[in-house]
Design a protein around this ligand. Structure first.
Ligand SMILES: NC(=O)c1ccc[n+]([C@@H]2O[C@H](COP(=O)([O-])OP(=O)(O)OC[C@H]3O[C@@H](n4cnc5c(N)ncnc54)[C@H](OP(=O)(O)O)[C@@H]3O)[C@@H](O)[C@H]2O)c1
Length: 229
Protein backbone atom coordinates (compact mmCIF):
# COMPACT_ATOMS: atom_id res chain seq x y z
CA UNK A 1 0.00 0.00 0.00
CA UNK A 2 1.13 3.52 -0.77
CA UNK A 3 -0.36 6.43 1.15
CA UNK A 4 -0.22 10.03 0.01
CA UNK A 5 -0.92 12.46 2.86
CA UNK A 6 -2.15 15.97 2.06
CA UNK A 7 -1.94 18.16 5.18
CA UNK A 8 0.96 16.04 6.47
CA UNK A 9 2.35 19.01 8.43
CA UNK A 10 -0.88 19.42 10.41
CA UNK A 11 -1.65 18.40 13.96
CA UNK A 12 -3.43 15.28 12.72
CA UNK A 13 -1.47 14.82 9.48
CA UNK A 14 1.93 14.40 11.11
CA UNK A 15 0.51 11.69 13.38
CA UNK A 16 -1.11 9.91 10.44
CA UNK A 17 2.29 9.94 8.68
CA UNK A 18 4.02 8.55 11.78
CA UNK A 19 1.50 5.76 12.26
CA UNK A 20 1.45 4.82 8.57
CA UNK A 21 5.22 4.36 8.62
CA UNK A 22 5.02 2.30 11.82
CA UNK A 23 2.53 0.04 10.02
CA UNK A 24 5.05 -0.41 7.18
CA UNK A 25 3.15 1.59 4.57
CA UNK A 26 5.07 3.45 1.89
CA UNK A 27 4.18 7.02 2.92
CA UNK A 28 4.49 10.24 0.95
CA UNK A 29 4.07 13.27 3.18
CA UNK A 30 3.00 16.31 1.19
CA UNK A 31 4.43 19.72 2.11
CA UNK A 32 3.52 22.79 0.12
CA UNK A 33 6.61 23.69 -1.94
CA UNK A 34 6.61 27.29 -0.69
CA UNK A 35 6.48 26.27 2.98
CA UNK A 36 8.86 28.37 5.06
CA UNK A 37 9.48 25.24 7.14
CA UNK A 38 10.18 22.88 4.24
CA UNK A 39 13.71 21.93 5.40
CA UNK A 40 12.45 21.31 8.93
CA UNK A 41 9.61 19.08 7.72
CA UNK A 42 11.87 17.20 5.33
CA UNK A 43 14.22 16.41 8.24
CA UNK A 44 11.30 15.32 10.44
CA UNK A 45 9.76 13.09 7.79
CA UNK A 46 13.16 11.63 6.87
CA UNK A 47 13.64 10.71 10.50
CA UNK A 48 10.22 9.03 10.60
CA UNK A 49 10.91 7.09 7.39
CA UNK A 50 8.42 8.93 5.16
CA UNK A 51 9.18 10.52 1.82
CA UNK A 52 8.57 14.27 1.57
CA UNK A 53 6.62 15.28 -1.52
CA UNK A 54 6.51 18.89 -2.69
CA UNK A 55 4.26 18.63 -5.75
CA UNK A 56 2.60 22.04 -6.24
CA UNK A 57 -1.07 22.50 -5.30
CA UNK A 58 -2.15 22.10 -8.91
CA UNK A 59 -4.60 19.45 -10.19
CA UNK A 60 -2.57 18.56 -13.29
CA UNK A 61 0.70 18.31 -11.36
CA UNK A 62 -0.85 16.21 -8.57
CA UNK A 63 -2.58 13.93 -11.10
CA UNK A 64 0.74 13.33 -12.88
CA UNK A 65 2.46 12.60 -9.57
CA UNK A 66 -0.23 10.14 -8.52
CA UNK A 67 -0.09 8.40 -11.91
CA UNK A 68 3.57 7.84 -11.13
CA UNK A 69 3.41 6.75 -7.47
CA UNK A 70 -0.03 5.06 -7.62
CA UNK A 71 -1.32 5.80 -4.12
CA UNK A 72 -3.86 3.36 -2.72
CA UNK A 73 -5.07 6.00 -0.28
CA UNK A 74 -5.04 9.79 -0.52
CA UNK A 75 -5.52 11.31 2.94
CA UNK A 76 -7.03 14.81 2.76
CA UNK A 77 -6.29 16.39 6.16
CA UNK A 78 -6.26 20.05 5.27
CA UNK A 79 -7.96 23.20 6.38
CA UNK A 80 -7.26 26.66 7.58
CA UNK A 81 -8.05 28.87 10.55
CA UNK A 82 -8.56 32.64 10.62
CA UNK A 83 -5.04 33.19 11.95
CA UNK A 84 -3.41 30.88 9.43
CA UNK A 85 -5.40 32.30 6.51
CA UNK A 86 -4.35 35.80 7.53
CA UNK A 87 -0.69 34.76 7.64
CA UNK A 88 -1.12 33.08 4.23
CA UNK A 89 -2.90 36.18 2.83
CA UNK A 90 -5.81 34.01 1.66
CA UNK A 91 -8.32 36.13 -0.26
CA UNK A 92 -12.11 35.87 -0.12
CA UNK A 93 -13.94 33.29 1.98
CA UNK A 94 -11.09 31.38 3.59
CA UNK A 95 -13.06 28.14 4.02
CA UNK A 96 -14.23 28.21 0.41
CA UNK A 97 -10.69 28.82 -0.84
CA UNK A 98 -8.77 26.44 1.41
CA UNK A 99 -11.02 23.84 3.08
CA UNK A 100 -13.28 23.36 0.06
CA UNK A 101 -11.00 24.61 -2.74
CA UNK A 102 -8.00 22.40 -1.99
CA UNK A 103 -10.22 19.38 -1.33
CA UNK A 104 -11.95 19.85 -4.69
CA UNK A 105 -8.55 20.25 -6.34
CA UNK A 106 -7.38 16.97 -4.76
CA UNK A 107 -10.56 15.21 -5.91
CA UNK A 108 -10.09 16.49 -9.47
CA UNK A 109 -6.45 15.40 -9.41
CA UNK A 110 -7.34 11.92 -8.16
CA UNK A 111 -9.99 11.57 -10.89
CA UNK A 112 -7.51 12.69 -13.52
CA UNK A 113 -4.74 10.41 -12.29
CA UNK A 114 -6.11 7.20 -13.87
CA UNK A 115 -5.43 5.36 -10.62
CA UNK A 116 -8.23 4.71 -8.16
CA UNK A 117 -7.06 5.75 -4.72
CA UNK A 118 -9.43 5.73 -1.80
CA UNK A 119 -10.09 9.27 -0.60
CA UNK A 120 -9.86 9.53 3.19
CA UNK A 121 -11.34 12.88 4.09
CA UNK A 122 -11.00 14.49 7.52
CA UNK A 123 -14.17 16.56 7.97
CA UNK A 124 -15.91 17.75 11.11
CA UNK A 125 -18.94 16.93 13.20
CA UNK A 126 -21.78 19.16 11.99
CA UNK A 127 -20.53 19.45 8.39
CA UNK A 128 -23.52 20.27 6.21
CA UNK A 129 -23.78 22.38 3.04
CA UNK A 130 -26.85 24.05 4.60
CA UNK A 131 -25.15 24.83 7.93
CA UNK A 132 -25.25 28.48 9.06
CA UNK A 133 -21.57 28.43 9.98
CA UNK A 134 -19.38 29.18 6.94
CA UNK A 135 -16.83 26.63 8.17
CA UNK A 136 -19.37 23.80 8.50
CA UNK A 137 -21.12 24.73 5.27
CA UNK A 138 -17.91 24.62 3.19
CA UNK A 139 -16.92 21.39 4.96
CA UNK A 140 -20.29 19.97 3.88
CA UNK A 141 -19.67 21.06 0.29
CA UNK A 142 -16.19 19.51 0.42
CA UNK A 143 -17.78 16.26 1.65
CA UNK A 144 -20.14 16.37 -1.34
CA UNK A 145 -17.18 16.77 -3.71
CA UNK A 146 -15.59 13.68 -2.15
CA UNK A 147 -18.81 11.65 -2.20
CA UNK A 148 -19.53 12.42 -5.87
CA UNK A 149 -15.94 11.84 -7.01
CA UNK A 150 -16.68 8.41 -8.47
CA UNK A 151 -13.76 7.11 -6.38
CA UNK A 152 -13.97 5.02 -3.22
CA UNK A 153 -14.15 7.30 -0.18
CA UNK A 154 -14.48 7.45 3.59
CA UNK A 155 -15.25 10.59 5.60
CA UNK A 156 -14.40 11.07 9.28
CA UNK A 157 -16.38 13.58 11.31
CA UNK A 158 -14.61 14.08 14.63
CA UNK A 159 -15.48 16.69 17.23
CA UNK A 160 -12.74 18.86 18.78
CA UNK A 161 -9.20 17.51 18.39
CA UNK A 162 -7.26 18.44 21.48
CA UNK A 163 -3.69 18.13 22.79
CA UNK A 164 -0.41 20.02 22.81
CA UNK A 165 0.00 21.88 19.53
CA UNK A 166 2.56 24.43 18.30
CA UNK A 167 -0.04 27.15 17.74
CA UNK A 168 -1.80 27.00 21.08
CA UNK A 169 -5.55 27.21 20.37
CA UNK A 170 -6.95 28.03 23.76
CA UNK A 171 -10.44 28.31 22.30
CA UNK A 172 -10.36 24.72 21.16
CA UNK A 173 -8.93 23.41 24.38
CA UNK A 174 -11.48 25.28 26.45
CA UNK A 175 -14.26 23.99 24.20
CA UNK A 176 -12.96 20.46 24.74
CA UNK A 177 -12.89 20.76 28.51
CA UNK A 178 -16.23 22.53 28.78
CA UNK A 179 -17.80 20.33 26.11
CA UNK A 180 -16.63 17.10 27.71
CA UNK A 181 -17.88 18.31 31.11
CA UNK A 182 -21.32 19.12 29.71
CA UNK A 183 -21.43 15.82 27.89
CA UNK A 184 -20.55 13.93 31.06
CA UNK A 185 -23.64 15.56 32.61
CA UNK A 186 -25.68 14.73 29.49
CA UNK A 187 -24.60 11.11 29.83
CA UNK A 188 -25.90 10.95 33.38
CA UNK A 189 -29.18 12.32 32.04
CA UNK A 190 -29.22 9.75 29.24
CA UNK A 191 -27.38 11.48 26.36
CA UNK A 192 -24.96 8.65 25.55
CA UNK A 193 -25.17 9.06 21.76
CA UNK A 194 -24.71 12.81 22.07
CA UNK A 195 -21.64 12.29 24.22
CA UNK A 196 -20.12 9.80 21.77
CA UNK A 197 -20.59 12.19 18.86
CA UNK A 198 -19.30 15.37 20.50
CA UNK A 199 -16.61 14.05 22.85
CA UNK A 200 -13.17 15.49 22.07
CA UNK A 201 -10.43 13.29 20.64
CA UNK A 202 -6.65 13.36 20.25
CA UNK A 203 -4.47 13.15 17.12
CA UNK A 204 -3.14 9.67 17.97
CA UNK A 205 -6.59 8.16 18.46
CA UNK A 206 -7.96 9.90 15.38
CA UNK A 207 -4.95 8.99 13.19
CA UNK A 208 -5.31 5.35 14.08
CA UNK A 209 -9.04 5.48 13.21
CA UNK A 210 -8.36 7.27 9.91
CA UNK A 211 -5.90 4.59 8.84
CA UNK A 212 -8.28 1.84 9.96
CA UNK A 213 -11.21 3.20 7.93
CA UNK A 214 -8.84 4.11 5.09
CA UNK A 215 -7.74 0.49 4.73
CA UNK A 216 -10.90 -1.42 5.72
CA UNK A 217 -12.72 -3.35 2.99
CA UNK A 218 -15.85 -1.21 3.49
CA UNK A 219 -15.95 2.24 1.94
CA UNK A 220 -18.32 5.04 0.93
CA UNK A 221 -19.08 5.67 4.60
CA UNK A 222 -19.32 8.67 6.92
CA UNK A 223 -17.85 7.77 10.30
CA UNK A 224 -18.20 9.65 13.59
CA UNK A 225 -18.47 9.21 17.36
CA UNK A 226 -17.21 5.99 18.91
CA UNK A 227 -16.42 4.51 15.48
CA UNK A 228 -13.48 6.97 15.36
CA UNK A 229 -11.96 5.65 18.61
N1 LIG B 1 -8.57 20.83 15.19
C1 LIG B 1 -9.81 20.46 15.47
O1 LIG B 1 -10.29 20.53 16.60
C2 LIG B 1 -10.69 19.89 14.36
C3 LIG B 1 -11.90 19.29 14.67
C4 LIG B 1 -12.66 18.71 13.66
C5 LIG B 1 -12.22 18.79 12.36
N2 LIG B 1 -11.04 19.40 12.07
C6 LIG B 1 -10.61 19.50 10.69
O2 LIG B 1 -9.46 18.75 10.46
C7 LIG B 1 -8.50 19.51 9.71
C8 LIG B 1 -7.12 19.17 10.16
O3 LIG B 1 -7.01 19.51 11.53
P1 LIG B 1 -5.60 19.89 12.16
O4 LIG B 1 -5.87 20.22 13.58
O5 LIG B 1 -4.61 18.80 11.82
O6 LIG B 1 -5.25 21.22 11.35
P2 LIG B 1 -3.85 21.98 11.23
O7 LIG B 1 -2.88 21.56 12.27
O8 LIG B 1 -4.18 23.43 11.17
O9 LIG B 1 -3.28 21.50 9.80
C9 LIG B 1 -3.83 21.98 8.62
C10 LIG B 1 -3.07 21.47 7.41
O10 LIG B 1 -3.60 22.14 6.25
C11 LIG B 1 -2.53 22.79 5.56
N3 LIG B 1 -2.96 24.07 5.02
C12 LIG B 1 -3.64 25.05 5.66
N4 LIG B 1 -3.81 26.12 4.85
C13 LIG B 1 -3.22 25.79 3.66
C14 LIG B 1 -3.07 26.47 2.43
N5 LIG B 1 -3.55 27.71 2.25
N6 LIG B 1 -2.41 25.85 1.43
C15 LIG B 1 -1.93 24.60 1.61
N7 LIG B 1 -2.03 23.90 2.76
C16 LIG B 1 -2.67 24.49 3.78
C17 LIG B 1 -1.44 23.04 6.59
O11 LIG B 1 -0.21 23.19 5.94
P3 LIG B 1 0.93 24.21 6.51
O12 LIG B 1 1.51 23.53 7.72
O13 LIG B 1 1.88 24.34 5.40
O14 LIG B 1 0.22 25.48 6.87
C18 LIG B 1 -1.56 21.76 7.45
O15 LIG B 1 -0.86 20.71 6.85
C19 LIG B 1 -8.84 20.95 10.03
O16 LIG B 1 -8.57 21.78 8.94
C20 LIG B 1 -10.27 20.96 10.44
O17 LIG B 1 -11.14 21.52 9.51
C21 LIG B 1 -10.27 19.95 13.04
Amino acid sequence: MTAFVLGATGFVGREVVRQLVVRGRKTLAHVRPDSSKLAEWRAKFDELGAQTDTTPWDAVALAARWREVKPTQVYILIGTTRAKAKADAVQGNIYETVDYGLTKLAVDAARGSEVTPRLVYLSSVGADPKARSAYLSWRGKAEDAVKTSGLPWVIARPSIITGERDDSRMGERTAAVVGDGLLAVARVLGGKTLRARYRSTTPDVLASALIRIGEAPEHDLVVDGDALR
